[in-house]
Structures are given as C-alpha cells and as structure tokens.
Design a protein around this ligand. Structure first.
Ligand code: SF4
Length: 478
C-alpha cells in the first residue's frame, strides 16, 4: 500500500479496495491517466529546467527534480507500506546527501487544490524526513493553466500529518474488509478505470444516482422520503413527491416530475416527450433548409481548439456526398489562417443553420469572429444561426439513458462510432501523442473521430425530426 492508494481511498473507498483486491480483468484503460502522466512529466520537467532525473541516484547527485523514487516504510503499525512521491524538489538545507535537501511536490489538474493533494504531501513528507535526515516544513502543488506553470506552497503541519496517518490506517482496515459501496457522488466515476464494473452493479440494483440529475444530495433527500431505488421512484405520484420535496428543497421539488419520468424511461427503455420548446420550434421551422454540422476537438488545459470539423448538407434526409466533411486543423493555437477558413465555410451559405452539440462550439465561433474584428451586428447574426442539439433534446425529450452526453444520446438513436472505445479524452490523448511524436496517424484518428462526432450530431437531428413527426401522427389518430 502506498500514497497512490491513499489518494484513491480519499476519492472513493471502493476504488482503493478494487485497486488492491479487485479482479483486474474488469478494469478498463483510461485516457485520463495516460494524459495525466504525460502532462505531469512535461510540467515537472519544465519546472526543473530539464534537470529532472529518476530514483535514488538523482537524490545523491543533487538533481533539481527527482521522480520515480520508491521508499519502503518499516515502522508504521506493522503495515507493509511504501511512499512514491510524485516529485522531490531540491532546496537549500542539510541532509544526508550534503548541503541540500528535498521537499515533496504533487501535480494538480484543474483549478482547486484538494484534500488528496494535502494528504499526499503530508504522508510522503512524514517518511521522507527520516530517510533524508532533514526536516520538511512545506510541500508544493504544481499546476499548469494556459501554458503557465503555477506553484502553491502547502504548510505541512503536525495536524495534517496526523490526519494523513489516521487515513492510511483507516484505509488498511477498509482493505481487509468487504468491498465498499459504490460512491454516492457518481461524477467521480466518469474518469475511473472501474466505471464499467460499478455501472453494471448500480444498474442491477436500481441505484438512484443512476438517474440523470440525481446526485448524492438528491438521493439522500429521496431516501429520507422512503424512496430507495429507481423502481420506487418511478411509481411515485408527481404532485405528492413535489410537495414532499418542497418541505426540504424548493428547487428539487420543481424537478420531481422530471425525476419520475426519467426513472420510468430508464426502466421501460422508452423515450418520453415532455414539451415542444423554443429550440425544437426553431429546428422544425428550418428543417427544409441546408445545414452545417459543427464539432470541435480541444485541449482545455491549454485553451487550444486543435480541430474544427464541418459537415455541409443540402438536405438532412438526402444521402450525403463524399466531400461533405471538412476538417480544419489548428495545429498552432490562434492561427488566423484557420479562422479565416472557418468563416469561409460558414459564409459559403450565409443563412444555413449550424447544428452543434453543447455550448462550446458556439462560444468558440463567437470568439473567432471577435478576433477577426466582426462587428456586433455580424456577430449577432452569426449567433442566431446556431442550434444547440443538447439543449434541444433536454428541453423536449426524456430518454432512457444515464446521461445526455453526445455519445450516450447518439448511441441511443442508433449511431455507432467507427473507431471502438473512443471519446473526447481519447482524442485529446491522441493529440498529445501527435505533439510528442509528430506521427500523422494520430491526426488521422482524431479527424475520423471528429467526423463521427459530426455524423452523430446529424443522427440525433434526424431522430428528433422523425420522432416529432411520429408524435404528430399519433395525436391525429386519437
Ligand atoms: S467507478 Fe465510481 S464507485 Fe466505482 S470505484 Fe470508481 S469512483 Fe468508485
């Protein structure tokens, strides 16, 4: 057991348990982990000006940064333990190696320093101190945002170290027991290597957190009202549930009807139409026009949209031509030539609507228009052409699915990606690999993936229009 398991334990007790005791054949490869490892090395190397080496020899030599060190701990409550500090950073001091010592550091993804970072630093420092024969008062959290390395100093006081040791002891006890329950906060599961394994169990048991919009707090509220699973939820009376929830949380009570319908759809496998809102009316009024379908691939950490993909289609229900898809690579960020090409495409048919899934695409185009000095009127006109299929599907349908991501919704409408097990993170992983290797094969994979994303958006559009027509026919028959 080590500090890596301890970090998992803080995130989800079950993950720490599965990492040690689970059947590894149920584990899936995660692009997030691969991206993190690559980024982490790049940032650490940049922070240490290239003086970054591995293992004990690097400590003896006095390298500015040391990675890959593994130390066995023999003196902690008879537990077999190790520390694997992410990085050690050389600083002024006295240690067994000479007139310098090391302080621990961790890499941070995202904006917030969390308990995982604090505990990792505190745990590693507790055992690094006697090993290097020198005190450690602080550690570092190193992050990167928009190509700027940031370093935060963390005070590693006695209280924090005690907390880390207590947690390590608790983890040891937990690992010797039965498998812990699935976490209530299912957002954590999206980047977990055990997601498929846990999803199956959650579905089999009808866990409330499997329902879109139900997080840990709502699940608790529902359980307090005697609703312990999705089957019970689906049988509730909408007005009664809304009244019951309003005593605790007005916002949740307004969603009572949606929760019940979502549970019903999930169990029956049948979609439920809820309303004909603004987005749907807009799409239906333009359905006989030609369309652009637009999708972006980005690296959010570097604020870099590296691929813009377009489908140009005269008629949504006609077979599409061979040259219907146009990818525009933006290898160097903020490339005006790429921006001009994008606008050329969009204005080749200046009244055609632009279908996209999620708000990113529209925001990116507005930003490009601003960079190209479009005036307010031109920008407003451009904005009015965008139709967000994600908003549209959410305002008009409840689907029998767990979430409303492009992948899940498109799969439900019968679309399949040509490359297996792909998603946005995998595309980002390929992009990072391309940047390192300059191997064009990665670009081809990204382009194929983006083309499929556009086709998936098209498939959802067709599904919406067809099913709207079906509903109208059914109503006329009644
Ligand atoms: S998928 Fe979710 S519940 Fe399962 S181990 Fe991972 S984080 Fe925990």
């Amino acid at each position: 057991m080590n500090n890596i398991n301890l970090k998992s334990f803080i995130r989800c007790k079950r993950k720490a348990w599965l990492d040690i005791n689970g059947n590894k054949s149920f584990k899936t490869w995660s692009p997030h982990t691969a991206i993190q490892v690559t980024n982490q090395y790049k940032i650490f190397n940049g922070y240490c000006d290239g003086d970054l080496y591995s293992g004990l020899k690097a400590c003896e030599k006095g390298s500015k940064g040391v990675i890959g060190l593994k130390l066995k701990i023999s003196s902690f409550k008879n537990i077999n333990a190790e520390i694997h500090p992410q990085i050690l950073i050389r600083t002024i001091g006295e240690s067994k190696w000479g007139k310098y010592k090391y302080l621990p550091g961790v890499y941070r993804i995202g904006r917030k320093t969390t308990k995982e970072h604090f505990i990792d630093l505190a745990f590693c420092s507790t055992f690094l101190e006697p090993f290097q024969e020198s005190t450690i008062k602080k550690g570092f959290v190193i992050s990167n945002y928009a190509n700027t390395i940031k370093v935060e100093e963390i005070n590693l006081n006695h209280k924090l170290r005690k907390k880390a040791l207590d947690l390590f002891y608790n983890m040891n006890m937990s690992l010797e027991g039965l498998i812990p329950k699935i976490t209530e906060d299912r957002k954590k599961c999206t980047i977990c290597t055990w997601q498929n394994f846990c999803d199956k169990e959650a579905k089999d048991h009808g866990y409330l957190t499997d329902i879109d919009g139900i997080g840990s707090k709502t699940a608790k509220l529902l359980k307090n009202n005697g609703i312990h699973n999705i089957y019970k939820l689906s049988s509730q009376n909408e007005i009664e549930l809304s009244n019951n929830l309003s005593k605790f949380n007005v916002q949740k009570s307004e969603k009572a009807s949606k929760f019940i319908k979502q549970a019903k759809a999930y169990i029956s496998g049948e979609p439920i139409q809820i309303s004909k809102g603004e987005y749907l009316s807009n799409l239906l009024s333009k359905k006989d026009s030609g369309f652009f379908i637009f999708d972006i691939e980005s690296n959010p950490d570097e604020k870099h949209d590296f691929l813009y993909g377009f489908i140009k289609i005269d008629n949504l229900f006609r077979n599409i031509e061979d040259d219907f898809y146009k990818p525009i690579l933006n290898i160097k960020n903020n490339n005006t030539e790429s921006y001009k090409k994008i606008m050329q495409i969009l204005f080749s048919k200046q009244y055609w609507p632009v279908l996209h899934y999620g708000e990113t695409e529209k925001l990116a185009i507005i930003l490009i228009a601003q960079k190209l000095n479009f005036n307010c009127e031109e920008i407003e006109l451009l904005k009015s052409r965008f139709i967000d299929l994600h908003c549209l599907i959410r305002e008009s349908w409840i689907l029998p699915i767990k979430n409303y991501s492009l992948k899940t919704v498109a799969n439900f409408t019968g679309f399949e990606w040509t490359q297996k097990n792909v998603n946005g993170s995998k595309a980002l992983y390929w992009w990072i690999q391309y940047r390192i290797s300059k191997n064009e094969i990665f670009l081809k994979k990204i382009i194929n993936y983006n083309k499929d994303d556009c086709l998936a958006t098209l498939n959802i559009t067709k599904w919406i229009i067809k099913n709207q027509a079906k509903k109208i026919k059914e109503k006329l028959k009644q």
